[in-house]
Design a protein around this ligand. Structure first.
Ligand code: FES
Length: 155
């Protein structure tokens, strides 16, 4: 073997070092992306106002109701797991989700039957492929309030 050529042990060591460096770079990028996402949510929560949607007494558990929040068609779902606010327009072909059904935490579109998780907006069944946008929600003095935020498939 010529002098100066790496042997098998040196090559393995270099590959391991490169893999470790790549792993470290991925961890840094993932942490940065996560921090950016957190900042975006925090910025929204600081700058976007809470807006009244409806009195909590109008929405018993197991039901859902459409509300106009700041000019946006929002659906409030009262599931066993709590209250959730989502866009009221199906991402498949724009049907109003409030005309569909709420079964547990599964929200079913009235037009073609796509289903979504009412807690996260995540698609559970075709033909929709994009999640419903979710919004922050709180109950203050018996009033359901919504903070519009477009947290699609979040949390
Ligand atoms: S419009 Fe909702 S599934 Fe088609």
């Amino acid at each position: 073997m010529p002098v100066g050529w790496p042997n098998a042990t040196t090559l393995k060591s270099e590959k391991r070092t490169r893999a470790q460096a790549l792993g470290l770079a991925l961890v840094i990028v993932a942490g940065w992306a996560d921090a950016l996402h957190f900042m975006t949510r925090q910025e929204i929560s600081l700058t976007t106002p809470w807006q009244p949607a409806l009195p909590l007494t109008e929405l018993p558990q197991g039901q859902m109701k459409a509300c106009n929040v700041g000019g946006r068609d929002v659906l409030i779902c009262h599931t066993r797991d709590g209250l959730f606010a989502l866009d009221n327009t199906c991402t498949h072909a724009s049907a109003r989700m409030s005309e569909g059904r709420l079964r547990g935490s599964r929200l079913i579109c009235p037009l073609h039957g796509a289903s979504f998780d009412a807690r996260t907006g995540k698609v559970l069944g075709a033909p929709a492929i994009r999640p419903l946008a979710c919004h922050q929600l709180r109950v203050l003095d018996g009033m359901v309030e919504v903070q519009l935020g477009d947290f699609a498939g979040a949390t």
